[in-house]
Design a protein around this ligand. Sequence first.
Ligand code: SF4
Length: 317
Amino acid sequence: MTDDRNPATIDRRRFLTVLGTTSAGGALALSGCSTDNVQKLVPYLVQSEDQVPGLATWYASTCTECPTGCGVHARTREGRAVKLEGNPEHPINQGKLCSRGQAALQGLYNPGRIKAPMARVADGSFQEIAWDDAIARLAGALGKAGGRVAVISGAGRGTFSDLLDDWTSALAGRLVRYETFDDAPQRAANREVFGTDQLATYDFGRARYIVSFGADFLDTWGASIENARGFARSHGFEEKDVAKFVFAAPRMNLTGLNADQWLPTRPGSEAALALAMANVLLAERGGGPVGLAGALAPYTPAMAERETGVPAGTIER
Ligand code: SF4
Protein backbone atom coordinates (compact mmCIF):
# COMPACT_ATOMS: atom_id res chain seq x y z
CA MET A 1 0.00 0.00 0.00
CA THR A 2 2.19 2.78 -1.23
CA ASP A 3 1.23 6.40 -0.73
CA ASP A 4 3.32 8.58 -3.02
CA ARG A 5 2.12 11.89 -1.64
CA ASN A 6 5.10 13.96 -0.59
CA PRO A 7 5.20 14.06 3.24
CA ALA A 8 6.98 17.42 3.01
CA THR A 9 3.66 18.98 1.92
CA ILE A 10 1.59 17.39 4.68
CA ASP A 11 -1.20 19.71 5.86
CA ARG A 12 -2.54 20.19 9.38
CA ARG A 13 -5.58 17.93 8.85
CA ARG A 14 -3.45 15.04 7.58
CA PHE A 15 -0.89 15.49 10.38
CA LEU A 16 -3.66 15.26 13.01
CA THR A 17 -5.11 12.19 11.27
CA VAL A 18 -1.77 10.42 11.42
CA LEU A 19 -1.23 11.47 15.02
CA GLY A 20 -4.70 10.24 16.01
CA THR A 21 -4.20 6.92 14.26
CA THR A 22 -0.87 6.34 15.96
CA SER A 23 -2.16 7.11 19.43
CA ALA A 24 -5.19 4.88 18.83
CA GLY A 25 -2.91 1.88 19.08
CA GLY A 26 -1.99 -0.82 16.56
CA ALA A 27 -0.82 -0.15 13.05
CA LEU A 28 -0.41 -2.54 10.17
CA ALA A 29 2.21 -0.61 8.26
CA LEU A 30 4.66 2.10 9.19
CA SER A 31 6.73 4.33 6.98
CA GLY A 32 10.07 3.90 8.81
CA CYS A 33 12.59 6.72 9.03
CA SER A 34 13.03 7.37 5.33
CA THR A 35 10.79 9.54 3.15
CA ASP A 36 11.23 6.99 0.33
CA ASN A 37 8.49 4.42 -0.15
CA VAL A 38 6.03 6.14 2.21
CA GLN A 39 3.23 3.80 3.27
CA LYS A 40 -0.20 4.22 4.80
CA LEU A 41 -0.74 3.87 8.51
CA VAL A 42 -3.83 1.71 9.04
CA PRO A 43 -5.33 1.26 12.52
CA TYR A 44 -6.91 -1.97 13.69
CA LEU A 45 -10.62 -1.89 13.00
CA VAL A 46 -11.14 -4.56 15.63
CA GLN A 47 -8.03 -4.74 17.76
CA SER A 48 -6.94 -8.13 19.06
CA GLU A 49 -7.25 -8.20 22.82
CA ASP A 50 -3.81 -9.89 22.95
CA GLN A 51 -2.09 -6.82 21.55
CA VAL A 52 -1.09 -3.94 23.81
CA PRO A 53 0.70 -1.13 21.93
CA GLY A 54 4.28 -0.83 23.13
CA LEU A 55 4.30 -4.22 24.87
CA ALA A 56 5.52 -7.50 23.40
CA THR A 57 3.12 -10.44 23.25
CA TRP A 58 4.58 -13.96 23.29
CA TYR A 59 3.03 -17.03 21.69
CA ALA A 60 4.08 -20.66 22.20
CA SER A 61 4.39 -22.57 18.95
CA THR A 62 6.44 -25.23 17.13
CA CYS A 63 9.39 -24.75 14.78
CA THR A 64 8.60 -26.35 11.41
CA GLU A 65 12.02 -25.88 9.82
CA CYS A 66 12.84 -29.58 10.27
CA PRO A 67 10.98 -32.71 11.45
CA THR A 68 12.34 -32.41 15.01
CA GLY A 69 9.60 -29.93 15.92
CA CYS A 70 11.27 -27.91 18.69
CA GLY A 71 9.08 -25.74 20.91
CA VAL A 72 9.39 -22.00 20.32
CA HIS A 73 8.23 -18.79 21.94
CA ALA A 74 7.48 -16.15 19.30
CA ARG A 75 7.86 -12.55 20.45
CA THR A 76 5.46 -10.24 18.63
CA ARG A 77 5.08 -6.46 18.58
CA GLU A 78 1.85 -4.93 17.30
CA GLY A 79 0.91 -8.18 15.57
CA ARG A 80 4.29 -8.85 13.91
CA ALA A 81 6.62 -11.68 14.93
CA VAL A 82 10.02 -10.12 15.68
CA LYS A 83 12.02 -12.88 17.43
CA LEU A 84 11.94 -16.61 18.08
CA GLU A 85 13.36 -18.20 21.22
CA GLY A 86 13.37 -21.80 22.44
CA ASN A 87 10.59 -22.85 24.81
CA PRO A 88 12.34 -23.81 28.08
CA GLU A 89 9.52 -26.20 28.97
CA HIS A 90 9.70 -28.17 25.73
CA PRO A 91 11.08 -31.70 26.33
CA ILE A 92 13.25 -31.82 23.18
CA ASN A 93 14.98 -28.46 22.91
CA GLN A 94 14.55 -27.22 26.51
CA GLY A 95 14.85 -23.54 25.65
CA LYS A 96 17.40 -23.76 22.82
CA LEU A 97 17.04 -23.23 19.06
CA CYS A 98 19.52 -24.10 16.33
CA SER A 99 20.62 -21.48 13.79
CA ARG A 100 18.01 -22.69 11.32
CA GLY A 101 15.26 -22.21 13.90
CA GLN A 102 16.62 -18.77 14.82
CA ALA A 103 16.55 -17.79 11.14
CA ALA A 104 12.99 -19.04 10.59
CA LEU A 105 11.66 -15.47 10.69
CA GLN A 106 13.34 -14.95 7.33
CA GLY A 107 10.45 -16.94 5.87
CA LEU A 108 8.24 -13.99 6.80
CA TYR A 109 10.47 -11.04 6.02
CA ASN A 110 13.25 -11.99 3.59
CA PRO A 111 12.93 -9.61 0.62
CA GLY A 112 13.71 -12.52 -1.75
CA ARG A 113 10.74 -14.63 -0.60
CA ILE A 114 7.86 -15.46 -2.97
CA LYS A 115 5.10 -12.97 -2.19
CA ALA A 116 2.45 -13.80 -4.81
CA PRO A 117 1.32 -16.67 -7.07
CA MET A 118 3.73 -17.28 -9.96
CA ALA A 119 3.00 -18.70 -13.41
CA ARG A 120 5.46 -19.92 -16.01
CA VAL A 121 5.45 -17.82 -19.18
CA ALA A 122 6.51 -18.53 -22.76
CA ASP A 123 10.25 -17.96 -22.23
CA GLY A 124 10.28 -20.45 -19.31
CA SER A 125 10.61 -17.86 -16.56
CA PHE A 126 8.06 -17.24 -13.79
CA GLN A 127 5.96 -14.12 -13.43
CA GLU A 128 3.66 -12.95 -10.66
CA ILE A 129 -0.06 -13.22 -11.35
CA ALA A 130 -3.12 -12.03 -9.41
CA TRP A 131 -4.65 -14.33 -6.78
CA ASP A 132 -8.03 -14.47 -8.58
CA ASP A 133 -6.27 -15.49 -11.79
CA ALA A 134 -4.19 -18.12 -9.96
CA ILE A 135 -7.22 -19.65 -8.22
CA ALA A 136 -9.20 -19.76 -11.48
CA ARG A 137 -6.28 -21.44 -13.32
CA LEU A 138 -5.77 -23.97 -10.51
CA ALA A 139 -9.47 -24.85 -10.33
CA GLY A 140 -9.57 -25.32 -14.11
CA ALA A 141 -6.47 -27.54 -14.15
CA LEU A 142 -7.69 -29.65 -11.21
CA GLY A 143 -11.07 -30.11 -12.89
CA LYS A 144 -9.38 -31.40 -16.04
CA ALA A 145 -6.93 -33.68 -14.16
CA GLY A 146 -9.71 -36.05 -13.04
CA GLY A 147 -7.91 -37.45 -9.99
CA ARG A 148 -4.45 -37.55 -11.60
CA VAL A 149 -3.16 -35.01 -9.10
CA ALA A 150 0.07 -34.94 -7.09
CA VAL A 151 0.35 -32.39 -4.30
CA ILE A 152 3.95 -31.65 -3.32
CA SER A 153 4.51 -30.37 0.19
CA GLY A 154 7.27 -29.99 2.73
CA ALA A 155 7.38 -32.14 5.87
CA GLY A 156 4.01 -31.45 7.40
CA ARG A 157 2.56 -31.54 10.87
CA GLY A 158 -0.39 -30.13 12.72
CA THR A 159 -3.61 -28.76 11.33
CA PHE A 160 -2.14 -27.56 8.02
CA SER A 161 -0.89 -31.07 7.34
CA ASP A 162 -4.36 -32.47 8.11
CA LEU A 163 -5.87 -29.90 5.77
CA LEU A 164 -3.53 -30.95 2.94
CA ASP A 165 -4.31 -34.63 3.58
CA ASP A 166 -8.07 -33.99 3.44
CA TRP A 167 -7.79 -31.75 0.38
CA THR A 168 -5.68 -34.26 -1.53
CA SER A 169 -8.05 -37.11 -0.60
CA ALA A 170 -11.02 -35.07 -1.80
CA LEU A 171 -9.24 -34.70 -5.15
CA ALA A 172 -8.43 -38.44 -5.19
CA GLY A 173 -4.82 -37.33 -5.62
CA ARG A 174 -1.50 -38.25 -4.06
CA LEU A 175 0.35 -36.21 -1.45
CA VAL A 176 4.14 -36.23 -1.90
CA ARG A 177 6.14 -34.80 0.97
CA TYR A 178 9.61 -33.43 0.43
CA GLU A 179 12.05 -32.77 3.25
CA THR A 180 15.59 -31.55 2.61
CA PHE A 181 17.07 -33.64 5.42
CA ASP A 182 14.68 -36.56 5.18
CA ASP A 183 14.54 -39.18 7.92
CA ALA A 184 12.71 -41.75 5.74
CA PRO A 185 15.87 -43.92 5.31
CA GLN A 186 16.33 -44.05 9.11
CA ARG A 187 12.69 -45.01 9.58
CA ALA A 188 12.98 -47.73 6.91
CA ALA A 189 16.14 -49.11 8.57
CA ASN A 190 14.46 -49.16 11.99
CA ARG A 191 11.46 -50.95 10.53
CA GLU A 192 13.78 -53.64 9.11
CA VAL A 193 15.84 -54.04 12.28
CA PHE A 194 13.45 -53.27 15.15
CA GLY A 195 10.03 -53.74 13.55
CA THR A 196 9.00 -50.11 14.09
CA ASP A 197 9.51 -47.08 11.89
CA GLN A 198 9.92 -44.69 14.82
CA LEU A 199 13.10 -42.65 15.21
CA ALA A 200 15.48 -43.52 18.02
CA THR A 201 16.76 -41.01 20.55
CA TYR A 202 20.47 -41.24 21.26
CA ASP A 203 21.84 -40.86 24.78
CA PHE A 204 25.02 -38.98 23.85
CA GLY A 205 25.34 -37.77 27.43
CA ARG A 206 26.24 -41.25 28.70
CA ALA A 207 28.31 -42.42 25.73
CA ARG A 208 32.01 -42.98 26.35
CA TYR A 209 33.04 -43.63 22.74
CA ILE A 210 31.10 -42.12 19.84
CA VAL A 211 31.59 -43.08 16.18
CA SER A 212 29.51 -41.25 13.59
CA PHE A 213 29.27 -42.68 10.08
CA GLY A 214 28.42 -39.50 8.20
CA ALA A 215 25.68 -38.40 10.63
CA ASP A 216 25.93 -34.64 11.12
CA PHE A 217 24.20 -35.01 14.48
CA LEU A 218 25.22 -31.60 15.83
CA ASP A 219 23.71 -29.71 12.91
CA THR A 220 21.33 -31.31 10.41
CA TRP A 221 20.81 -34.92 11.53
CA GLY A 222 18.09 -35.92 13.98
CA ALA A 223 17.19 -33.88 17.05
CA SER A 224 20.36 -31.81 16.80
CA ILE A 225 19.67 -29.63 19.84
CA GLU A 226 19.00 -32.62 22.09
CA ASN A 227 22.08 -34.34 20.61
CA ALA A 228 24.24 -31.27 21.22
CA ARG A 229 23.16 -31.05 24.85
CA GLY A 230 24.05 -34.71 25.45
CA PHE A 231 27.31 -34.42 23.52
CA ALA A 232 28.35 -31.38 25.56
CA ARG A 233 27.82 -33.45 28.72
CA SER A 234 29.89 -36.44 27.65
CA HIS A 235 32.53 -34.54 25.69
CA GLY A 236 32.80 -31.47 27.90
CA PHE A 237 35.25 -30.83 30.68
CA GLU A 238 32.68 -30.96 33.46
CA GLU A 239 33.00 -34.78 33.45
CA LYS A 240 36.33 -36.30 34.50
CA ASP A 241 36.06 -39.01 31.87
CA VAL A 242 35.76 -37.17 28.54
CA ALA A 243 34.24 -39.31 25.77
CA LYS A 244 36.20 -39.91 22.57
CA PHE A 245 34.50 -38.98 19.31
CA VAL A 246 35.50 -40.30 15.86
CA PHE A 247 33.80 -38.83 12.79
CA ALA A 248 33.86 -40.85 9.55
CA ALA A 249 32.55 -38.79 6.63
CA PRO A 250 33.70 -37.37 3.31
CA ARG A 251 33.17 -33.76 4.31
CA MET A 252 34.26 -31.72 7.31
CA ASN A 253 31.27 -29.99 8.87
CA LEU A 254 30.10 -28.65 12.23
CA THR A 255 29.95 -32.13 13.75
CA GLY A 256 33.35 -33.07 12.31
CA LEU A 257 34.89 -29.92 13.76
CA ASN A 258 33.98 -31.21 17.23
CA ALA A 259 35.55 -34.64 16.67
CA ASP A 260 38.77 -35.90 18.24
CA GLN A 261 39.53 -37.71 14.99
CA TRP A 262 38.19 -37.28 11.47
CA LEU A 263 38.36 -40.27 9.10
CA PRO A 264 37.83 -38.89 5.57
CA THR A 265 35.86 -41.48 3.58
CA ARG A 266 34.83 -41.74 -0.04
CA PRO A 267 31.23 -40.51 -0.48
CA GLY A 268 28.71 -43.31 0.12
CA SER A 269 31.26 -45.79 1.52
CA GLU A 270 30.48 -45.37 5.24
CA ALA A 271 28.46 -48.61 5.40
CA ALA A 272 31.52 -50.68 4.39
CA LEU A 273 33.52 -49.00 7.16
CA ALA A 274 30.82 -49.70 9.77
CA LEU A 275 30.52 -53.36 8.73
CA ALA A 276 34.31 -53.85 8.77
CA MET A 277 34.51 -52.37 12.29
CA ALA A 278 31.69 -54.70 13.39
CA ASN A 279 33.58 -57.61 11.86
CA VAL A 280 36.75 -56.74 13.80
CA LEU A 281 34.85 -56.29 17.08
CA LEU A 282 33.00 -59.58 16.66
CA ALA A 283 36.23 -61.44 15.91
CA GLU A 284 37.88 -59.96 19.03
CA ARG A 285 35.02 -60.34 21.48
CA GLY A 286 32.86 -63.14 20.10
CA GLY A 287 29.11 -63.44 20.77
CA GLY A 288 26.43 -62.05 18.49
CA PRO A 289 23.43 -63.78 16.93
CA VAL A 290 23.75 -66.90 14.81
CA GLY A 291 24.84 -66.10 11.27
CA LEU A 292 26.21 -62.63 12.04
CA ALA A 293 29.86 -63.65 11.76
CA GLY A 294 29.22 -65.23 8.36
CA ALA A 295 27.34 -62.16 7.13
CA LEU A 296 30.18 -59.87 8.19
CA ALA A 297 33.01 -62.09 6.92
CA PRO A 298 33.34 -60.38 3.49
CA TYR A 299 33.84 -56.99 5.18
CA THR A 300 37.48 -57.29 6.07
CA PRO A 301 39.56 -54.21 6.97
CA ALA A 302 41.45 -54.62 3.68
CA MET A 303 38.21 -54.62 1.70
CA ALA A 304 36.97 -51.56 3.64
CA GLU A 305 40.25 -49.76 2.95
CA ARG A 306 39.73 -50.24 -0.78
CA GLU A 307 36.13 -48.98 -0.53
CA THR A 308 36.57 -46.08 1.86
CA GLY A 309 40.19 -44.99 1.69
CA VAL A 310 40.55 -45.43 5.48
CA PRO A 311 43.71 -47.50 6.26
CA ALA A 312 43.04 -51.07 7.45
CA GLY A 313 45.27 -50.48 10.48
CA THR A 314 43.04 -47.60 11.60
CA ILE A 315 39.93 -49.77 11.22
CA GLU A 316 41.49 -52.57 13.30
CA ARG A 317 42.54 -50.14 16.01
S1 SF4 B 1 16.36 -28.59 15.26
FE1 SF4 B 1 16.41 -26.43 14.59
S2 SF4 B 1 15.29 -26.41 12.65
FE2 SF4 B 1 14.78 -28.34 13.67
S3 SF4 B 1 12.88 -27.91 14.77
FE3 SF4 B 1 14.59 -27.55 16.21
S4 SF4 B 1 15.07 -25.35 16.02
FE4 SF4 B 1 13.80 -25.92 14.25
